[in-house]
Design a protein around this ligand. Structure first.
Ligand SMILES: C[S@@+](CC[C@H](N)C(=O)[O-])C[C@H]1O[C@@H](n2cnc3c(N)ncnc32)[C@H](O)[C@@H]1O
Length: 410
Protein backbone atom coordinates (compact mmCIF):
# COMPACT_ATOMS: atom_id res chain seq x y z
CA UNK A 1 0.00 0.00 0.00
CA UNK A 2 1.25 3.47 -0.93
CA UNK A 3 1.13 6.17 1.76
CA UNK A 4 0.54 9.85 1.08
CA UNK A 5 2.42 12.58 2.86
CA UNK A 6 0.53 14.48 5.52
CA UNK A 7 0.55 18.23 4.77
CA UNK A 8 2.60 18.81 7.93
CA UNK A 9 5.36 16.60 6.55
CA UNK A 10 5.68 18.89 3.52
CA UNK A 11 6.52 21.95 5.55
CA UNK A 12 10.16 21.15 6.27
CA UNK A 13 12.43 21.55 3.24
CA UNK A 14 13.43 18.20 1.73
CA UNK A 15 16.85 16.75 2.45
CA UNK A 16 19.60 17.54 -0.03
CA UNK A 17 20.46 14.81 -2.54
CA UNK A 18 23.63 14.12 -0.58
CA UNK A 19 21.87 13.81 2.80
CA UNK A 20 19.31 11.48 1.26
CA UNK A 21 21.98 9.20 -0.26
CA UNK A 22 23.67 9.03 3.13
CA UNK A 23 20.39 8.09 4.84
CA UNK A 24 19.67 5.51 2.17
CA UNK A 25 23.05 3.83 2.51
CA UNK A 26 22.66 3.83 6.31
CA UNK A 27 19.29 2.06 6.00
CA UNK A 28 20.85 -0.38 3.55
CA UNK A 29 23.64 -1.18 6.05
CA UNK A 30 21.71 -1.19 9.32
CA UNK A 31 18.08 -1.60 8.33
CA UNK A 32 15.29 0.81 9.29
CA UNK A 33 16.00 1.73 12.92
CA UNK A 34 13.12 4.18 13.38
CA UNK A 35 9.59 3.44 12.18
CA UNK A 36 7.67 5.73 9.89
CA UNK A 37 4.99 7.63 11.76
CA UNK A 38 1.44 7.93 10.43
CA UNK A 39 -1.22 10.38 11.44
CA UNK A 40 -4.78 10.02 10.15
CA UNK A 41 -3.46 7.45 7.67
CA UNK A 42 -0.73 9.71 6.21
CA UNK A 43 3.00 10.05 6.86
CA UNK A 44 3.83 12.87 9.25
CA UNK A 45 7.36 11.76 10.06
CA UNK A 46 9.79 9.71 8.00
CA UNK A 47 9.10 10.71 4.40
CA UNK A 48 12.77 10.28 3.48
CA UNK A 49 13.02 6.95 5.34
CA UNK A 50 9.88 5.82 3.51
CA UNK A 51 11.30 6.87 0.12
CA UNK A 52 14.64 5.16 0.91
CA UNK A 53 12.87 1.92 1.90
CA UNK A 54 10.85 2.01 -1.31
CA UNK A 55 13.94 2.54 -3.45
CA UNK A 56 15.82 -0.21 -1.60
CA UNK A 57 12.86 -2.61 -1.74
CA UNK A 58 12.87 -2.92 2.08
CA UNK A 59 9.56 -3.35 3.86
CA UNK A 60 9.02 -0.29 6.06
CA UNK A 61 7.60 -0.39 9.59
CA UNK A 62 4.90 2.03 10.68
CA UNK A 63 3.46 3.35 13.91
CA UNK A 64 0.56 5.72 14.57
CA UNK A 65 0.95 9.13 16.22
CA UNK A 66 -1.58 9.27 19.02
CA UNK A 67 -0.97 12.64 20.71
CA UNK A 68 -3.01 15.84 20.26
CA UNK A 69 -0.20 18.15 19.06
CA UNK A 70 0.98 16.75 15.72
CA UNK A 71 2.52 20.06 14.57
CA UNK A 72 4.73 20.30 17.67
CA UNK A 73 5.64 16.66 17.19
CA UNK A 74 6.77 17.19 13.58
CA UNK A 75 8.85 20.21 14.60
CA UNK A 76 10.60 18.48 17.47
CA UNK A 77 11.39 15.41 15.35
CA UNK A 78 12.81 17.45 12.51
CA UNK A 79 14.66 19.92 14.68
CA UNK A 80 16.52 17.04 16.29
CA UNK A 81 17.69 15.60 12.99
CA UNK A 82 17.83 18.35 10.44
CA UNK A 83 20.59 20.86 10.24
CA UNK A 84 18.63 24.00 9.35
CA UNK A 85 19.96 27.54 9.64
CA UNK A 86 17.94 30.06 11.67
CA UNK A 87 16.41 31.69 8.58
CA UNK A 88 15.19 28.31 7.31
CA UNK A 89 13.73 27.62 10.75
CA UNK A 90 11.83 30.92 10.66
CA UNK A 91 10.33 30.08 7.24
CA UNK A 92 9.18 26.65 8.40
CA UNK A 93 7.80 28.28 11.55
CA UNK A 94 5.70 30.60 9.37
CA UNK A 95 4.24 27.64 7.48
CA UNK A 96 3.64 25.80 10.73
CA UNK A 97 1.88 28.70 12.41
CA UNK A 98 -1.66 27.90 11.10
CA UNK A 99 -1.32 24.34 12.39
CA UNK A 100 -0.24 25.50 15.83
CA UNK A 101 -3.15 27.96 15.85
CA UNK A 102 -5.57 25.25 14.77
CA UNK A 103 -4.36 23.01 17.57
CA UNK A 104 -4.73 25.89 20.05
CA UNK A 105 -8.32 26.43 18.85
CA UNK A 106 -9.14 22.78 19.36
CA UNK A 107 -7.74 22.95 22.87
CA UNK A 108 -9.81 26.10 23.45
CA UNK A 109 -13.01 24.44 22.31
CA UNK A 110 -12.29 21.66 24.78
CA UNK A 111 -11.70 23.96 27.72
CA UNK A 112 -10.71 27.67 27.84
CA UNK A 113 -13.13 30.57 27.31
CA UNK A 114 -13.08 34.38 26.82
CA UNK A 115 -9.69 35.97 27.44
CA UNK A 116 -8.22 32.51 27.81
CA UNK A 117 -9.01 31.95 24.11
CA UNK A 118 -6.98 34.97 23.05
CA UNK A 119 -4.18 33.93 25.32
CA UNK A 120 -4.18 30.50 23.66
CA UNK A 121 -3.87 32.00 20.17
CA UNK A 122 -1.04 34.30 21.24
CA UNK A 123 0.47 31.31 22.89
CA UNK A 124 0.43 29.46 19.55
CA UNK A 125 2.73 32.11 18.09
CA UNK A 126 5.05 31.95 21.04
CA UNK A 127 4.94 28.15 20.98
CA UNK A 128 5.96 27.99 17.34
CA UNK A 129 8.83 30.41 17.96
CA UNK A 130 9.93 28.39 21.00
CA UNK A 131 9.62 25.10 19.17
CA UNK A 132 12.00 26.41 16.51
CA UNK A 133 14.36 28.00 18.99
CA UNK A 134 13.84 31.39 17.33
CA UNK A 135 12.09 34.63 18.36
CA UNK A 136 8.71 36.05 17.34
CA UNK A 137 10.27 38.98 15.50
CA UNK A 138 12.26 36.65 13.27
CA UNK A 139 9.12 34.66 12.51
CA UNK A 140 7.21 37.88 11.68
CA UNK A 141 10.03 38.97 9.32
CA UNK A 142 9.73 35.64 7.50
CA UNK A 143 5.93 35.98 7.44
CA UNK A 144 6.18 39.43 5.86
CA UNK A 145 8.65 38.07 3.30
CA UNK A 146 6.27 35.26 2.38
CA UNK A 147 3.51 37.81 1.69
CA UNK A 148 5.68 40.28 -0.19
CA UNK A 149 8.17 38.06 -2.01
CA UNK A 150 7.18 34.37 -2.06
CA UNK A 151 10.08 33.48 -4.40
CA UNK A 152 12.67 34.84 -1.98
CA UNK A 153 10.84 33.09 0.88
CA UNK A 154 11.18 29.75 -0.94
CA UNK A 155 14.87 30.42 -1.62
CA UNK A 156 15.39 31.07 2.11
CA UNK A 157 13.52 27.88 2.95
CA UNK A 158 15.76 25.90 0.59
CA UNK A 159 18.75 27.42 2.39
CA UNK A 160 19.98 29.30 -0.70
CA UNK A 161 20.02 32.64 1.10
CA UNK A 162 19.24 33.89 4.58
CA UNK A 163 16.77 36.52 5.81
CA UNK A 164 19.55 39.00 6.42
CA UNK A 165 20.79 38.69 2.80
CA UNK A 166 17.24 39.05 1.45
CA UNK A 167 16.72 42.21 3.50
CA UNK A 168 20.06 43.58 2.31
CA UNK A 169 19.19 42.88 -1.34
CA UNK A 170 15.80 44.59 -0.87
CA UNK A 171 17.47 47.66 0.67
CA UNK A 172 19.91 47.81 -2.25
CA UNK A 173 17.07 47.59 -4.78
CA UNK A 174 15.10 50.29 -2.99
CA UNK A 175 18.13 52.55 -2.90
CA UNK A 176 18.82 51.98 -6.58
CA UNK A 177 15.22 52.81 -7.49
CA UNK A 178 15.28 55.93 -5.32
CA UNK A 179 18.60 57.10 -6.74
CA UNK A 180 17.46 56.72 -10.34
CA UNK A 181 14.19 58.45 -9.51
CA UNK A 182 16.05 61.36 -7.95
CA UNK A 183 18.27 61.65 -11.02
CA UNK A 184 15.67 63.89 -12.67
CA UNK A 185 15.81 66.60 -10.00
CA UNK A 186 17.86 69.78 -10.44
CA UNK A 187 20.87 69.54 -8.15
CA UNK A 188 24.52 70.50 -8.20
CA UNK A 189 27.31 67.93 -8.21
CA UNK A 190 28.06 68.90 -4.60
CA UNK A 191 24.49 68.21 -3.53
CA UNK A 192 24.48 64.91 -5.34
CA UNK A 193 27.72 63.80 -3.62
CA UNK A 194 26.17 64.78 -0.31
CA UNK A 195 22.95 62.86 -1.05
CA UNK A 196 24.95 59.75 -1.81
CA UNK A 197 27.13 60.17 1.26
CA UNK A 198 30.21 60.11 -1.01
CA UNK A 199 33.35 62.16 -0.41
CA UNK A 200 34.52 64.60 -3.05
CA UNK A 201 37.91 63.53 -4.42
CA UNK A 202 40.74 65.51 -2.89
CA UNK A 203 43.72 63.20 -3.10
CA UNK A 204 45.02 61.07 -5.94
CA UNK A 205 44.25 57.74 -4.27
CA UNK A 206 40.62 56.74 -4.79
CA UNK A 207 40.03 53.97 -2.35
CA UNK A 208 36.46 52.70 -2.25
CA UNK A 209 36.28 49.45 -0.32
CA UNK A 210 32.97 48.03 -1.39
CA UNK A 211 31.37 48.79 -4.73
CA UNK A 212 28.16 50.80 -4.61
CA UNK A 213 25.79 48.48 -6.42
CA UNK A 214 23.16 51.17 -6.99
CA UNK A 215 24.91 51.99 -10.29
CA UNK A 216 25.19 49.48 -13.11
CA UNK A 217 24.33 45.84 -12.92
CA UNK A 218 26.45 43.07 -11.50
CA UNK A 219 29.21 42.33 -13.99
CA UNK A 220 32.55 40.58 -13.78
CA UNK A 221 34.39 43.84 -14.47
CA UNK A 222 32.50 46.19 -12.13
CA UNK A 223 34.58 49.04 -10.77
CA UNK A 224 33.48 51.51 -8.05
CA UNK A 225 31.11 54.14 -9.53
CA UNK A 226 33.02 56.87 -7.71
CA UNK A 227 35.80 56.45 -10.29
CA UNK A 228 33.41 57.76 -12.93
CA UNK A 229 31.66 60.34 -10.72
CA UNK A 230 35.03 61.81 -9.71
CA UNK A 231 36.02 62.11 -13.37
CA UNK A 232 32.71 63.83 -14.13
CA UNK A 233 33.24 66.21 -11.23
CA UNK A 234 36.82 67.01 -12.27
CA UNK A 235 36.60 67.13 -16.04
CA UNK A 236 32.99 67.73 -17.15
CA UNK A 237 29.95 69.94 -16.55
CA UNK A 238 26.23 69.18 -16.50
CA UNK A 239 24.92 68.22 -19.92
CA UNK A 240 28.38 67.24 -21.29
CA UNK A 241 28.72 64.08 -23.35
CA UNK A 242 30.65 61.05 -22.06
CA UNK A 243 31.70 58.13 -24.27
CA UNK A 244 32.40 54.67 -22.80
CA UNK A 245 33.21 51.95 -25.38
CA UNK A 246 33.71 49.23 -22.70
CA UNK A 247 30.66 49.96 -20.58
CA UNK A 248 30.26 46.41 -19.12
CA UNK A 249 27.40 46.39 -16.59
CA UNK A 250 26.31 49.95 -17.51
CA UNK A 251 27.73 51.69 -14.45
CA UNK A 252 28.95 54.73 -16.44
CA UNK A 253 25.48 55.16 -17.97
CA UNK A 254 23.82 55.20 -14.54
CA UNK A 255 26.37 57.51 -12.93
CA UNK A 256 26.07 59.93 -15.89
CA UNK A 257 22.29 59.85 -15.62
CA UNK A 258 22.47 60.60 -11.91
CA UNK A 259 24.93 63.48 -12.40
CA UNK A 260 23.01 64.81 -15.37
CA UNK A 261 25.59 64.07 -18.06
CA UNK A 262 24.76 62.51 -21.40
CA UNK A 263 26.41 59.16 -22.02
CA UNK A 264 26.97 56.83 -24.96
CA UNK A 265 27.72 53.34 -23.67
CA UNK A 266 28.91 50.56 -25.98
CA UNK A 267 30.19 47.07 -25.43
CA UNK A 268 31.14 44.03 -27.49
CA UNK A 269 28.72 42.01 -25.34
CA UNK A 270 25.90 44.27 -24.14
CA UNK A 271 24.03 43.14 -21.05
CA UNK A 272 21.32 45.85 -21.01
CA UNK A 273 19.01 47.42 -23.58
CA UNK A 274 20.54 50.88 -23.21
CA UNK A 275 24.02 49.52 -24.08
CA UNK A 276 24.82 49.58 -27.79
CA UNK A 277 26.68 46.71 -29.39
CA UNK A 278 30.00 47.70 -30.91
CA UNK A 279 33.32 45.94 -31.38
CA UNK A 280 36.09 48.46 -30.88
CA UNK A 281 38.26 46.38 -33.24
CA UNK A 282 35.96 47.69 -36.03
CA UNK A 283 36.93 51.29 -35.36
CA UNK A 284 34.91 54.06 -33.68
CA UNK A 285 31.12 54.21 -33.89
CA UNK A 286 29.66 57.42 -35.40
CA UNK A 287 29.63 59.79 -32.43
CA UNK A 288 29.91 63.51 -31.93
CA UNK A 289 32.77 64.87 -29.84
CA UNK A 290 32.52 63.76 -26.20
CA UNK A 291 33.88 65.89 -23.36
CA UNK A 292 35.14 62.81 -21.55
CA UNK A 293 36.18 59.41 -22.88
CA UNK A 294 36.26 56.77 -20.19
CA UNK A 295 38.04 53.51 -20.96
CA UNK A 296 37.84 50.44 -18.73
CA UNK A 297 38.99 47.70 -21.11
CA UNK A 298 39.68 44.13 -19.94
CA UNK A 299 43.06 44.05 -18.22
CA UNK A 300 44.14 41.81 -21.06
CA UNK A 301 43.80 38.13 -20.12
CA UNK A 302 43.15 38.69 -16.41
CA UNK A 303 39.52 37.97 -17.32
CA UNK A 304 40.12 35.48 -20.14
CA UNK A 305 36.74 34.28 -21.47
CA UNK A 306 34.99 35.91 -18.54
CA UNK A 307 33.27 38.59 -20.67
CA UNK A 308 32.74 36.46 -23.77
CA UNK A 309 34.44 33.80 -25.87
CA UNK A 310 34.62 36.15 -28.87
CA UNK A 311 37.90 36.32 -30.75
CA UNK A 312 38.16 40.12 -30.66
CA UNK A 313 37.33 40.38 -26.95
CA UNK A 314 40.32 42.20 -25.48
CA UNK A 315 40.27 39.70 -22.64
CA UNK A 316 40.99 36.87 -25.10
CA UNK A 317 43.39 38.27 -27.72
CA UNK A 318 47.16 37.87 -27.44
CA UNK A 319 49.19 40.70 -25.95
CA UNK A 320 50.33 42.21 -29.25
CA UNK A 321 46.74 42.39 -30.56
CA UNK A 322 45.68 43.86 -27.21
CA UNK A 323 48.13 46.76 -27.62
CA UNK A 324 47.45 47.05 -31.37
CA UNK A 325 43.67 47.42 -30.87
CA UNK A 326 44.13 50.00 -28.11
CA UNK A 327 46.65 51.91 -30.20
CA UNK A 328 44.27 52.13 -33.16
CA UNK A 329 41.48 53.21 -30.77
CA UNK A 330 43.77 56.02 -29.52
CA UNK A 331 44.56 56.97 -33.13
CA UNK A 332 40.83 57.16 -33.94
CA UNK A 333 40.16 59.31 -30.87
CA UNK A 334 42.86 61.85 -31.74
CA UNK A 335 40.34 63.86 -33.77
CA UNK A 336 38.50 64.89 -30.58
CA UNK A 337 40.95 67.69 -29.76
CA UNK A 338 40.52 69.12 -26.26
CA UNK A 339 38.55 66.15 -24.84
CA UNK A 340 39.76 64.38 -21.71
CA UNK A 341 40.53 60.66 -21.86
CA UNK A 342 40.84 58.49 -18.76
CA UNK A 343 41.82 54.83 -18.85
CA UNK A 344 41.88 52.46 -15.91
CA UNK A 345 44.04 49.36 -15.98
CA UNK A 346 45.94 47.01 -13.66
CA UNK A 347 48.97 44.74 -14.00
CA UNK A 348 48.63 41.13 -15.08
CA UNK A 349 50.60 38.10 -13.98
CA UNK A 350 51.69 35.57 -16.56
CA UNK A 351 53.91 32.53 -15.81
CA UNK A 352 54.85 34.06 -12.47
CA UNK A 353 55.95 37.37 -14.04
CA UNK A 354 54.23 40.73 -13.87
CA UNK A 355 53.18 42.36 -17.13
CA UNK A 356 53.01 46.08 -16.55
CA UNK A 357 49.94 46.97 -18.61
CA UNK A 358 49.62 50.51 -17.14
CA UNK A 359 53.18 51.22 -18.22
CA UNK A 360 52.63 49.71 -21.70
CA UNK A 361 49.38 51.60 -22.25
CA UNK A 362 50.92 54.83 -20.96
CA UNK A 363 53.62 54.53 -23.63
CA UNK A 364 50.94 54.35 -26.33
CA UNK A 365 48.84 57.15 -24.89
CA UNK A 366 51.66 59.59 -24.15
CA UNK A 367 52.77 59.27 -27.82
CA UNK A 368 49.49 60.88 -28.86
CA UNK A 369 48.03 62.76 -25.87
CA UNK A 370 49.14 65.27 -23.22
CA UNK A 371 49.53 63.74 -19.77
CA UNK A 372 47.22 65.29 -17.18
CA UNK A 373 47.13 63.12 -14.09
CA UNK A 374 47.49 59.67 -12.61
CA UNK A 375 45.32 58.23 -9.84
CA UNK A 376 45.79 55.04 -7.84
CA UNK A 377 42.59 53.01 -7.49
CA UNK A 378 43.13 50.26 -4.88
CA UNK A 379 41.35 46.93 -4.88
CA UNK A 380 39.80 45.76 -1.66
CA UNK A 381 42.26 43.49 0.20
CA UNK A 382 39.47 40.92 0.12
CA UNK A 383 40.27 40.16 -3.53
CA UNK A 384 43.09 37.98 -2.23
CA UNK A 385 41.80 34.92 -0.38
CA UNK A 386 43.58 33.51 2.68
CA UNK A 387 45.35 30.81 0.66
CA UNK A 388 46.90 33.42 -1.67
CA UNK A 389 48.05 35.54 1.26
CA UNK A 390 49.70 32.51 2.83
CA UNK A 391 51.31 31.50 -0.45
CA UNK A 392 52.63 35.03 -1.00
CA UNK A 393 54.09 35.07 2.53
CA UNK A 394 55.74 31.69 2.00
CA UNK A 395 57.28 32.84 -1.28
CA UNK A 396 58.09 36.36 0.01
CA UNK A 397 56.08 37.94 -2.77
CA UNK A 398 53.87 41.02 -2.93
CA UNK A 399 50.21 40.77 -3.80
CA UNK A 400 48.87 43.25 -6.30
CA UNK A 401 46.43 45.76 -4.86
CA UNK A 402 45.73 48.65 -7.20
CA UNK A 403 44.87 49.85 -10.65
CA UNK A 404 46.20 52.96 -12.39
CA UNK A 405 43.84 55.56 -13.74
CA UNK A 406 45.74 57.38 -16.49
CA UNK A 407 44.33 60.75 -17.53
CA UNK A 408 45.30 62.80 -20.61
CA UNK A 409 44.03 65.64 -22.77
CA UNK A 410 43.60 64.93 -26.45
C1 LIG B 1 36.45 45.71 -17.33
S1 LIG B 1 34.93 45.46 -18.21
C2 LIG B 1 34.11 46.99 -18.04
C3 LIG B 1 33.37 47.08 -16.71
C4 LIG B 1 32.57 48.34 -16.51
N1 LIG B 1 33.41 49.50 -16.38
C5 LIG B 1 31.70 48.18 -15.26
O1 LIG B 1 32.01 48.79 -14.21
O2 LIG B 1 30.72 47.43 -15.30
C6 LIG B 1 35.50 45.42 -19.85
C7 LIG B 1 34.41 45.33 -20.91
O3 LIG B 1 35.03 45.41 -22.20
C8 LIG B 1 34.24 44.67 -23.11
N2 LIG B 1 35.04 44.36 -24.32
C9 LIG B 1 36.04 43.46 -24.47
N3 LIG B 1 36.50 43.48 -25.73
C10 LIG B 1 35.80 44.43 -26.40
C11 LIG B 1 35.81 44.92 -27.74
N4 LIG B 1 36.65 44.41 -28.64
N5 LIG B 1 34.96 45.92 -28.08
C12 LIG B 1 34.10 46.44 -27.16
N6 LIG B 1 34.02 46.00 -25.88
C13 LIG B 1 34.88 45.01 -25.50
C14 LIG B 1 33.84 43.45 -22.31
O4 LIG B 1 32.67 42.84 -22.85
C15 LIG B 1 33.62 44.03 -20.90
O5 LIG B 1 32.26 44.29 -20.68
Amino acid sequence: MQYQLHELAHLFPPMSEEEFLELKSDIKRNGLLESIVLYQGEIIDGRHRYKACEELGIEAEFEEYEGDAPAGYVVSKNMMRRNLNSSQKATVAVDMLPFFEEEAKIRMSLGGQGTQKIADLGEARQQVADAFGTNRQYVSDAKKLKEENPEAFDAVKRGEMNLHQVAKEARKKERKARILEEADGVKTDFERYEDLGWELPIYNIWNYGSKDTAFGQKHFGNIPPQVVSNLLYLYTKEGDLVYDPFVGGGMTLDVCKYFNRECLGYDLTPVRDDIMQHDIADGLPEIRQPKLIFLDPPYWQQAKEKYSDKETDLGNVDISDFYKTLDSLFANLEKFKGSTIALIIGMNKRDGKWIDLPFGVNQLMSKRFKFLNRVIVPYSTQVHGGAFVKQAQDKRELLYLYRDLLIYVL
